[in-house]
Ligand binder design. Structure first.
Ligand code: ADP
Ligand code: MG
Length: 344
């Protein structure tokens, strides 16, 4: 019998499942967490495969640093991370992860098989529903492969709450696209049910990634923008006013290599166009902002898509200015800085 007034610590598997409720909302969240780990491991190539919108299989193969065999089990413990060690590290986070929650959360609600190697002899480890099934030495090239099967098999409520397979796949695709846009220096491939949906070169060329996602015709209507402020660097591509969409979703903001959701900065992108956009129409944009990590608090939300930025208004001004400048360079709006003399 459960006594209602006896306080006790939750078993770790249950605690992991509770954490998974926040970190692993849907298949796309698993893809995001695994790929972010691959990026943090300095991979140059990341191959993502899903079957049945990720419910049957999510597989991420990278050529990154790998995990030493002595550490593999620790990686699956809650709050176990190699990315920060002390409190002040929280304010200079340069990696995408740091909370040490993804692997224990994912493995508590699925069947996870990881093969990893730092270059010498590799390790294979398997978890199901948070329980270790097997760990053994295995042949493996340098890097890490994670296969997630039977996602949410033990949390039926979560399964039921998912949208249609097409919507879940679209959400995965959206995440993969944003990760690829954030890291043009990594060669991505994304295959769903045997069909290739994305391939990027990894040559560091943002325009090439945009082409792979939106097609060359669209890219021809994008223009580069850039601006610099005190310790702030803004760069990217935005569409000419003739190319718009009916949703804000095509505006991607990337802060220090992490794609974020941020209303004021999204608004700044739109504001840059002034009256050039029709009501209800929005540009396609990828805006990369690089600032001192000390000016950002990434520890606001478990998925880290929302962050607090101390210099937000300044960044907003730079974005507005960069887009105005581009439009005026293309002679789409009069240059405010130039003296206009009426011709006779
Ligand atoms: P976090 O990313 O917040 O540190 P995770 O649970 O996602 O937490 O991962 C735990 C640890 O496992 C990481 O800190 C990292 O050391 C290691 N790890 C996970 N995935 C990979 C990978 N693909 N390549 C190398 N190391 C990895
Ligand atoms: Mg992680």
């Amino acid at each position: 019998m459960i006594s209602l007034n006896k306080i006790h610590e939750l078993p770790s598997i249950l605690a992991d499942q509770i954490a998974a409720g926040e970190v692993v909302e849907r298949p796309a969240s698993v893809v995001k967490e695994l790929v972010e780990n691959s990026i943090d491991a300095k991979s140059t190539e990341i191959d993502i495969t899903v079957e049945n919108s990720g419910l049957k299989l999510i597989k991420v193969v990278d050529d990154g640093n790998g995990i030493d065999s002595s550490q593999v089990k620790t990686a699956f413990l809650r709050h176990a991370t190699s990315k920060i060690t002390e409190q002040r590290d929280l304010f200079r986070v340069r990696t995408l992860g740091f909370r040490g929650e993804a692997l224990p959360s994912i493995s508590s609600v699925s069947n996870v098989l990881m093969k990893t190697s730092t270059g010498s002899i590799g390790t294979q480890i398997e978890y199901k529903g948070g329980k270790l099934v097997e760990q053994k030495a295995a042949e493996s090239r340098k890097g890490t492969t994670v296969e997630v099967r039977s996602l949410f098999y033990n949390t039926p409520a979560r399964l039921k709450y998912l949208s249609s397979p097409n919507t879940e796949l679209a959400k995965i695709s959206d995440i993969v696209n944003r990760l690829a846009l954030s890291h043009p220096e990594v060669a991505f491939s994304f295959i769903s049910n045997g069909r290739e949906l994305l391939r990027t070169s990894g040559r560091g060329d943002l325009r090439q990634v945009l082409g792979a996602i939106y097609g060359v015709k669209t890219v021809a209507k994008l223009a580069p923008i850039s601006a610099e402020g005190m310790d702030i660097n803004v760069a990217g591509f935005v569409s000419l006013p003739e190319l718009t969409r009916s949703s804000r979703n095509y505006i991607s903001l990337i802060l220090n290599g992490r794609f974020i959701r941020n209303y004021p900065l999204t608004k700044a992108v739109i504001e840059g166009y002034g009256s050039k956009l029709m009501i209800g129409r929005f540009p396609i944009a990828v805006v990369k902002v690089d600032i001192d990590p000390a000016l950002i608090d990434v520890n606001v939300h478990p998925t880290k898509q929302e962050v607090r930025i101390s210099d937000e208004p300044e960044i907003g001004k730079l974005i507005v200015g960069a887009i105005k400048q581009m439009l005026s360079d293309k002679q789409l709006i009069p240059d405010a800085t130039r003296d206009f003399k009426k011709p006779f």
